[in-house]
Write a protein that binds this ligand. Structure first.
Ligand SMILES: [Ca+2]
Ligand SMILES: [Ca+2]
Length: 196
């Protein structure tokens, strides 16, 4: 538990990473250490987000990152004396530590947003759409024996120009078939744009 800031209740001396740090503090819990600068201004619990210290005093602390969603990437750095069994990762850069789908290098695309919002699942700072290709089918005007212009553009968004945004639903063109006296018939389905 972080002691209440601004209330000085005692004078203690703690050893932070082998260095004796005298100062005036609130009452620390077991395992609490002065902040990273050892300026005697605050304490932080082991594993507390946003801190750079934790665990017990030691000469060679190791940097770990709190990994709340268990995806192998953390966000907030802490220094620990021993290798943690769980809850921490050796790699950082997690852009949403509440959603295990989001981590640096995530290869997959998703059609629902991250738990913290947005669709940047690979943590590179942008939202990449899975497909921006569009296409449509047009009969060439020979109704007796029509040819479908654009018929080669299969498996694209069924649109002249605009692909749907992340999470938006639109028609997906699967096939385009010439039909005498009718023009072009299409087969399409509804899909949702995935992003990462
Ligand atoms: Ca994580
Ligand atoms: Ca991205």
């Amino acid at each position: 538990m972080r002691p209440t800031l601004g209330i000085v209740v005692g004078v203690v001396t703690l050893s932070a990473c082998g260095t004796s740090v005298p100062g005036t503090y609130g009452t620390p819990d077991a395992g609490d250490l002065p902040d990273a600068a050892s300026d005697a201004s605050s304490f932080s619990d082991a594993g507390e987000a946003g801190t750079t210290e934790g665990g017990s005093s030691c000469a060679s602390p190791q940097t770990w990152y709190i990994d709340a969603d268990g995806d192998g990437y953390g966000a907030a750095a802490v220094q620990l004396c021993a290798t943690p069994t769980s809850g921490y990762a050796s790699k950082n850069g997690d852009c949403d530590d509440t959603d295990a789908r989001a981590y640096p290098g995530q290869p997959a695309y998703f059609d629902t947003p991250r738990k913290s919002g947005g669709f940047d699942f690979d943590c590179n700072g942008d939202e990449q759409e899975e497909s921006t290709l569009t296409g449509a089918c047009h009969p060439d005007g020979n109704m007796a024996n029509p040819q479908c212009i654009g018929a080669g553009n299969m498996n694209v968004w069924y649109s002249e120009t605009v692909a749907p945004a992340c999470g938006e639903t639109a028609g997906w063109l699967i096939s385009c078939t010439a039909r005498p006296a009718i023009g072009c018939g299409i087969i399409s389905e509804t899909r949702t744009q995935k992003c990462k």
